[in-house]
Design a binder for this molecule. Structure first.
Ligand code: PBG
Length: 332
C-alpha cells in the first residue's frame, strides 16, 4: 500500500483526530471481550482462593471456585478460559504420571466447567512442567530433555483432556513432532472437533517468572529451557516453527511472550493468515500491576493500550490475566 497524502494545507491529518466521534469513525482496530482467553490456575481443595503474590489479583482456585470464575468469564463475554494446574512438590514425580490422570485437578476442572457452562470454550495446557519433579516440560534423562518419549506422554495428556471435554488443546512444550502426534491421536479417538492451539513460537523468556510461582514450578525447576524454547534473538526460526505446526494440523498458533514479540505476531499473520494469538505472559502482567500499584502508570489505560497493540500487530486474540478486567471495561 502506498499512502497518498496531499500537500499541506490540502491535507491536515489532524482533521481525523479532532473529536471522539471522528476518531471512532476512523479507528482501524477493535478489541472485544470475545478476543480474550483467561488463564486460570486450579489447585486441590474446596472453597479455596489463594492469591499468587507475584501476580496481584490472580488466584489459585479449587475446582468449585474455578466454576465460579468460569461463570464470571461467560457473563462478561470472555472468549475462552485456559486451565493450568498448580501442583505442590509432593504431587510431582519423575514419570509425570499425574499429567494424564483423568482425575487430576485440571481434568476435574474441565469436566466441572463443561457440565456447568457447556457453551464456554475451555482450553488446556499440554506440557509436563506442572507434574515434573524437575519443572521441565519434557522428561529428563541423564540431564537431557528427551523429545520422542516426551511426545508420547504429551499425546496421553492431550487425550485425557479431550476426554474430559476440552475444546482447545494447548501444547506449550516446544517438543518436535507433537502437533502431528496429538492430531492423529485425537482423530483416532474420534475427537474430530477438538482444536489445537499450538504454542508454535515460544521463547525461552525471563517474563515467565511469576507463572512459575503460580504453578509451583519455580522451586522445582533445575537449569533453563533453552534447548527447547526459542532464542529471543530469532525471528526466521519462528516462521519455520509456525509453518511446521500448521502443516502438522494445528488450527491456531501462538506467539509467546507477547509485547516484546509483536514483530513475530505481525510476520506470522502476514505470512500464514492463520488464527494467530499472543500470550501476554505473567511477567508482562506483573510489571503493569506493580507499576500501577506504585502510582507510576495508569494501570487501566496501560492494560487497554497493550491489548489493542496485539490486535494492531495482527493477532486475532490474546491470552491475558487481564481478561475479566478488560472485558468489564469493554462493557461486557
Ligand atoms: C510451561 C508454561 C509456561 C507458561 C505457560 N506454560 C512457563 C514456562 O515455559 O516455563 C508461562 C505463562 C506465563 O508466564 O504467564 N508449559
Amino acid at each position: 500500500m502506498t499512502p497518498i497524502v496531499a500537500p499541506f494545507p490540502a491535507a491536515r491529518l489532524r482533521r481525523a483526530r479532532q473529536s471522539p466521534a471522528i476518531r471512532a469513525l476512523v479507528r482501524e482496530n477493535a478489541l472485544s471481550a470475545g478476543d480474550l482467553i483467561w488463564p486460570l490456575f486450579v489447585r486441590a481443595g474446596e472453597g479455596v482462593e489463594e492469591p499468587v503474590p507475584s501476580m496481584p489479583g490472580v488466584m489459585r482456585r479449587s475446582v468449585d471456585r474455578i466454576v465460579e470464575a468460569a461463570r464470571q468469564a461467560a457473563d462478561l463475554g470472555v472468549g475462552a478460559i485456559c486451565i493450568f494446574p498448580y501442583t505442590g512438590l509432593e504431587e510431582r514425580t519423575e514419570d509425570c504420571a499425574g499429567a494424564w490422570d483423568p482425575d487430576n485437578h485440571a481434568n476435574r476442572a474441565i469436566r466441572a466447567v463443561k457440565a456447568a457452562l457447556p457453551d464456554l470454550a475451555v482450553m488446556t495446557d499440554v506440557a509436563l512442567d506442572t507434574y515434573n519433579i524437575n519443572g521441565h516440560d519434557g522428561f529428563v534423562v541423564d540431564g537431557q530433555i528427551v523429545n520422542d518419549e516426551t511426545v508420547e506422554a504429551l499425546v496421553r495428556m492431550a487425550l485425557a483432556q479431550a476426554e474430559a471435554g476440552a475444546d482447545i488443546i494447548g501444547p506449550s512444550d516446544m517438543m518436535d513432532g507433537r502437533i502431528g502426534a496429538i492430531r492423529s491421536a485425537l482423530e483416532g479417538a474420534g475427537h474430530r472437533n477438538v482444536m489445537i492451539l499450538s504454542y508454535a513460537a515460544k521463547y525461552a523468556s525471563a517474563f515467565y517468572g511469576p507463572f512459575r510461582d503460580a504453578v509451583g514450578a519455580s522451586a522445582a525447576l533445575t537449569g533453563d529451557k533453552k534447548t527447547y524454547q526459542m532464542d529471543p534473538a530469532n525471528a526466521d526460526e519462528a516462521m519455520r516453527l509456525i509453518a511446521r505446526d500448521l502443516a502438522e494440523g494445528a488450527d491456531m498458533v501462538m506467539v509467546k511472550p507477547g509485547m516484546p514479540y509483536l514483530d513475530i505476531c505481525r510476520r506470522a499473520k502476514d505470512t500464514f493468515g492463520a488464527p494467530t494469538f499472543a500470550y501476554q505472559v505473567s511477567g508482562e502482567y506483573a510489571m503493569t500491576k506493580a507499576a500501577a500499584q506504585a502510582g507510576w502508570i495508569d494501570g487501566e489505560r496501560v492494560m487497554m493500550e497493550s491489548l489493542i497493540g496485539f490486535k494492531r500487530a495482527g493477532c486475532d486474540g490474546v491470552l491475558t490475566y487481564f481478561a475479566p478486567e478488560a472485558a468489564r471495561l469493554l462493557g461486557g
